[in-house]
Design a protein around this ligand. Structure first.
Ligand code: DGT
Ligand code: CA
Ligand code: ZN
Length: 644
């Protein structure tokens, strides 16, 4: 489970030092909070808080400071704290009163600390005044309107607590792909650098590029004689907040953001997305967050089988086992072998050899299935008949249609965005700034839109003269109004190159029924200027559900246009907060002949990089080069968009 870990960290088995600087700092901070919860006096609480800050910002090695006794000379570390830290670091034992305080504090109170904006002071009052003991109690008290009359709270504060409870619940369940991969790639690189690790790879949902990740799975090839030393090395890595277990083939740990070299930040987010995921509270949760990871250590010859098993999905594995059975073989995480009485690594000795996953599929008469496709969505059949798709890759991408500049709510100018796109090796870039109705996003006026269009034309002419393989396309992200109409006059729209039509009035659209929403979207698609349907459902992952629509009817309608030679493309919004169109529907769009356009919806130069996530999801959705607009050259785009 994600979220902060509130237990005292477990000692490393290979100490001293038994705890890192970071672990001691965290433990001191938690003590300060628990002391405050228990009503201890302010001075005591503050000394722990100071201690946490001092240890956390040490430049010297804590282990050495303990051994030399210099720890006691640090300003702000008194005799009491100094002895406690020395004992923990030197002997691997936490002071008894620390352990007691942790044990005595009701777990419900600690759970409440995870709610953004709810600190120990407030929890203490809520507990004393209303007997609130858990998040569930607190939620009930809010709903019954018992919080707002309390001194120092009020109705705004009550609503904020309710929102915070909701945010915490979403956050604790799963993490978005971008966050999961950040932790996963960082930890994987560290493991790959260890002596004794021949190779290691990410498995599980992260390797399959699911849009959200429960926990991380890593498989490492380690010969038996090196398992102990590799286990020790993993346990002493930075970024480990807690050790859940370490056996002879598996290490389970909890990572926190101290694993990252740089301080943790989410980058620029547009107001819409930020609002839906909980604003600054969300960023705060994320930077104090953790993620679970399981590392499996197996001998080299077993590695491909273990990697395939823990990559999953469970559904794909079940089908694979059936295929093996049909061949009179047994498939598990140790190998592919005849039915045997033996188990585990003993059974593996009878396995067919495999140097990589490709061999496993080959033994079963199948073509290698790339991890993104392993969801039992038709890949088993396609692999057996040799008809797997040739999936799009990042290097196929030559441009994207939906990006913002400072003309609406983007951070970078037109020139800076164009320059960044060229440096990414793209041949074209489409700019679709917001339309006037979207005041929150500084929607641009018709005059500004046309003048930007003219400016792009000038740049395009210049590049053409200079023989530069790059051009800009001028679009608009037009808000879809409630009756399905677009936000600019037909006259203005016909002057620019294309229109990305998207819904932003989420509260209104979510309050209406599916048939009304669908009807209005169909009407909007019928407008001759509409080229792209932007973020089709409006969902924000871990934030809010989309509005209800009949996506099948919409895709079929778009299909008819395309059959008649009129381009109506569906967006795969590449922002890791959206990934909308859902990958499960990409394959459907492909089958209907509706082109997909992968759009980073960049609001900054860094935002263009979100194209990576779009490509991951496009692959997961079975898309090939010919299924997407992004793989077209600039001149092909001119033709497809009908630019004159
Ligand atoms: P997650 O962590 O919820 O995002 O999703 P996964 O797919 O990473 O699932 P996880 O972490 O529970 O297990 C990793 C892989 O291990 C999973 O994709 C398939 C395999 N696996 C786990 N449990 C089972 C099982 O009971 N049967 C089979 N066939 N495979 C399993
Ligand atoms: Ca997992
Ligand atoms: Zn946008």
């Amino acid at each position: 489970m994600a979220g902060s870990s509130w237990k005292l960290p477990k000692a490393r088995p290979n100490g001293p030092p038994y705890f890192s600087r970071n672990q001691i700092s965290v433990a001191l901070h938690q003590m300060a909070v628990l002391l405050e919860l228990s009503g201890a006096n302010m001075f005591r609480t503050r000394s722990y808080q100071n201690g946490s800050r001092i240890i956390g910002s040490l430049s010297q090695d804590l282990g050495e400071l303990v051994v030399s006794g210099e720890l006691f000379e640090l300003k702000g570390i008194g005799k009491g704290l100094g002895s406690a830290i020395s004992q923990a670091v030197g002997e691997g034992r936490w002071p008894e009163d620390w352990v007691d305080l942790h044990n005595q504090t009701p777990s419900g109170l600690i759970e409440m600390l995870g709610i953004p904006g709810v600190g120990p002071k407030k929890i203490k009052i809520l507990n004393e005044e209303l007997g609130v003991q858990s998040v569930a109690d607190l939620q009930e008290a809010c709903v019954k309107n018992e919080i707002s009359p309390l001194k120092g709270f009020g109705s705004k504060s009550q609503q904020r607590i309710l929102d915070g409870i909701d945010l915490l619940a979403r956050f604790s369940e799963r993490r978005r792909l971008d966050i999961g991969l950040r932790y996963g790639h960082t930890f994987l690189t560290m493991i790959n650098g260890l002596n004794g690790v021949e190779k290691a790879e990410l498995a599980g949902s992260a390797r399959r590029r699911r849009e959200t990740i429960g926990d991380l799975d890593i498989v490492a090839a380690v010969e038996p004689q090196n398992v102990d030393s590799v286990t020790q090395s993993i346990l002493s890595m930075k970024g480990i907040a807690d050790v859940k277990g370490a056996g002879d083939s598996k290490v389970s740990v909890i990572l926190d953001t101290s694993i990252f070299e740089d301080s943790f930040s989410l980058g620029h987010l547009d107001a819409n997305v930020l609002d839906a995921i909980g604003g600054d509270d969300y960023e705060q949760l994320e930077s104090g967050g953790t993620i679970d990871v399981q590392v499996r250590l197996v001998p080299r010859h077993v590695f491909p089988y273990t990697l395939a098993y823990f990559t999953g999905s469970k559904e794909h594995n079940i089908r694979m086992r059936q295929v093996a059975q049909n061949n009179g073989l047994k498939l598990n995480e140790f190998g592919l072998m005849p039915e045997t009485e033996l188990t585990g690594l003993d059974a593996a000795a009878t396995s067919l050899p495999a140097t990589d996953e490709e061999d496993i599929y080959r033994h079963l008469g199948m073509k290698f299935v790339t991890p993104e496709l392993r969801e039992d969505m038709g890949e088993i059949e396609a692999s057996a008949s040799g008809k797997l798709p040739e999936l799009v890759t990042l290097s196929d991408i030559k441009g994207s249609l939906h990006n913002h500049t400072t003309m609406s709510d983007g951070e970078a100018s037109l020139e800076e965005m164009a320059d960044a796109a060229q440096r990414m090796g793209w041949s074209w870039l489409g700019i679709a700034d917001h339309s006037p109705t979207l005041v929150i996003a500084n929607g641009a006026s018709a005059e500004d839109l046309i003048s930007q269009h003219n400016k792009m034309n000038k740049y395009n002419n210049k590049w053409e003269e200079d023989g530069v393989d790059f051009r800009l396309f001028s679009g608009v992200e037009s808000d879809i109004l409630e009756d399905g109409s677009l936000d600019h006059s037909d006259d203005v729209l016909s002057k620019i190159d294309y229109v990305v039509a998207s819904v932003h009035a989420m509260a209104k659209w979510r309050g209406r029924d599916e048939s009304q929403n669908t009807e209005d979207l169909l009407k909007c698609l019928d407008h001759p200027s509409t080229t792209v349907l932007g973020h089709p459902t409006g969902r924000i992952l871990q934030g809010r559900d989309g509005y209800e629509i009949d996506i099948h009817t919409i895709l079929e309608h778009m299909s008819e246009f395309n059959n008649d030679g009129v381009l109506k493309a569906i967006e795969l919004n590449a922002s890791p907060y959206r990934l909308d169109l859902d990958w499960r529907l990409c394959k459907h769009a492909k089958e209907l002949g509706v082109p997909v356009t992968i759009n980073p919806d960049a609001h900054s130069i860094r935002g263009l990089g979100d194209i990576d996530y779009g490509v991951m999801i496009a692959r997961k959705g079975w898309l090939e080069k010919d299924d997407i607009l992004n793989a077209l050259s600039a001149s092909e785009m001119v033709e497809r968009l009908g630019v004159n």
